[in-house]
Design a protein around this ligand. Structure first.
Ligand code: SF4
Length: 339
């Protein structure tokens, strides 16, 4: 049954597959970068980012040597900036060893930022070996195809995925499973168009609504922050979030837990400043945090250096990479025409 099904899926994929640059020329490096970019973003959106990245950083060596700010700038909009830092850490590690990306799952898993899915994808698509690459799409297809109800362990999904892969050209069927999950076997599946409909357990038992079992949503943490846009002549005070912190490496205006005190000014800004204007409230969300950002513009009457912050020329601000909420605040700031 599985052999016929994987043949059917392969024929469907050969006919229907979407063309993407990382598919058309699947070098190990291209597969690695594309798979990291695809982790939270739709393939159609990733295409532009991927093309730009490959032009700017065409090799592992180029990534290893690039200033991290340039990598973060090229990643801007994809979010999850720890991923881009891990790409560089892995590239530096490989350069120091004088090697390319390895073809073994074990060795790939030792590189920063490469987990079981990405390692499986590189081994399968770039090195054409039999390897299970189980992402959310594959987990959905495999759970439904085998009728796996309730919470299913990753090891079982990998085992079932491997069962599905033929000995001949297993990488084509692996990619077909991903494509099926991305196009037909979505949350609401299009079973009538699916090449697996005659043997898919969830479809035959009318259980597609319940398989895979819904995951419990992680509770969000709500925060409210006061953002200080402090200007002095042609400069604005900016904080670069420390590496290792949430949003590490990104730029933000100084911010502190919101206070109802009207005259609230953080104590370590020990210089005189006057309030100029409030900006509309913005929202920011990252990982489990939902943050309301109330921002105000202030004019500093004197300029002092403060640990952890930098005075940056106003006309350089747009070339920096801000976190998403603070990027919107920067746009508001530019719109009010105060600078
Ligand atoms: S038959 Fe339906 S549920 Fe089963 S794999 Fe195809 S699209 Fe998914």
């Amino acid at each position: 049954m599985t052999q016929d099904s994987s043949n059917d899926l392969k024929s469907w994929f050969v006919q229907e597959k979407r063309s993407f640059p990382w598919r058309d020329a699947p070098s190990p490096y291209a597969v690695w970068i594309s798979e990291i970019m695809l982790q939270q973003t739709r393939a159609s959106v990733v295409v532009g980012y991927f093309m730009r990245w490959m032009k700017l950083f065409p090799s592992i060596e180029a990534v290893a040597k690039a200033p991290v700010e340039e990598l973060i700038k090229a990643w801007e909009g994809l979010g999850y900036y720890s991923r881009v830092r891990n790409i560089q850490k892995a590239a530096i590690f490989l350069q120091e060893k004088g090697s390319e990306l390895p073809a073994s799952l074990q060795e790939l898993l030792e590189l920063p930022g490469i987990g079981p899915y990405t390692a499986g994808a590189i081994v399968s698509f770039a090195f054409h070996q039999k390897a299970a690459a189980v992402d959310g799409n594959v987990a959905r297809v495999i759970s439904r195809y085998y009728g796996l109800e309730g919470e299913v362990k990753r090891s079982l999904l990998e085992e079932k995925t491997s069962l599905f892969l033929p000995e001949e050209e297993p990488w084509v069927v692996m990619e077909a499973l991903i494509e099926l999950g991305a196009t037909l076997c979505q949350k609401t599946p299009k079973c009538k168009e699916c090449p697996l409909q005659s043997s898919c357990e969830a479809h035959l038992q009318e259980k597609t609504e319940f398989i895979p079992a819904k995951k419990k949503k992680q509770d969000s943490i709500y925060l409210h922050k006061q953002v200080f846009i402090i200007m002095h002549e042609e400069e604005v005070l900016i904080e670069k979030k420390k590496e290792g912190q949430v949003l590490g490496g990104l730029m933000e205006f100084p911010s502190f837990p919101y206070s109802n005190e009207q005259e609230f000014i953080p104590s370590h800004f020990s210089f005189l400043m006057e309030w100029v204007e409030d900006l509309p409230q913005e929202k920011q969300s990252f990982t489990k945090y939902q943050v309301d950002l109330s921002s105000s513009i202030f004019r500093a009457l004197e300029k002092k250096d403060i640990d952890g912050y930098k005075w940056i020329k106003i006309d350089s601000l747009t070339s920096l990479t801000f976190s998403s909420g603070h990027k919107r605040i920067l746009q508001r700031l530019l719109e009010v025409n105060i600078i």
